[in-house]
Write a protein of this length. Structure first.
Length: 191
């Protein structure tokens, strides 16, 4: 009878130890998926970019923030502008971008929560903040670009490509500032 109790006690202790080890392991390990990028954070400062894979860290002083690597879309709504010959047009754009340097991105826009854990507001707020900045800058540049063209130039097919290239060039500074890469820009002009 005594040996049965000892055996039962060992099983309970073993199960409890396994449970505790699982809790410790889960709090010290982070897996980053193939469609994600991460950043190791120490004392709220981005330290190192992380690619997909598994990472151990010290939860007391370290944290891993994860962002989607997928293409984000910034839609610039139609905005009234004047051409160089003072013809009124409506101009809009779509800017496709993705995070290329998560440490720089986090340092610029912040991140409170991991977007994968159900409470995605932290990551979504960071993505929205960057998208909002892209939209605001694009509007300003589009209005200014329209002054460089006459209404008759805007109907030429080569002007569409020139507008796309011009806006892409004007937004290039955001890549270094936000740790993003601009993948494509499409400008639309309605007369």
């Amino acid at each position: 009878m005594v040996s049965a109790r000892l055996g039962y006690t060992h099983i309970v202790i073993g199960v409890a130890a396994l449970f505790i080890l699982t809790l410790i392991f889960n709090s010290c390990y982070e897996s980053i998926g193939p469609d994600e990028v991460g950043v190791l954070v120490k004392q709220n400062k981005p330290l190192k970019n992380l690619e997909s894979g598994g990472y151990f860290y010290l939860p007391v002083s370290d944290e891993i923030k994860v962002y989607p690597k997928t293409i984000q879309i910034a839609e610039v709504p139609r905005t009234a502008a004047s051409t160089g010959d003072l013809f009124e047009v409506e101009v809009s754009a779509i800017v496709k971008w993705h995070i290329s340097d998560p440490a720089k991105f986090m340092g610029k826009v912040g991140h409170d929560d991991d977007y994968r854990r159900g409470d995605s507001e932290g990551a979504n707020d960071a993505l929205k903040k960057c998208t909002s900045h892209i939209v605001g800058e694009s509007k300003i540049h589009l209005v200014n670009l329209m002054h460089e063209y006459t209404s008759s130039q805007l109907i030429k097919p080569e002007t569409k490509s020139a507008l796309d290239d011009s806006l892409t060039e004007k937004l290039k500074h955001l890549e270094a500032e936000y740790g993003i890469e601009i993948d494509a820009v499409g400008v639309g002009v309605k007369r």
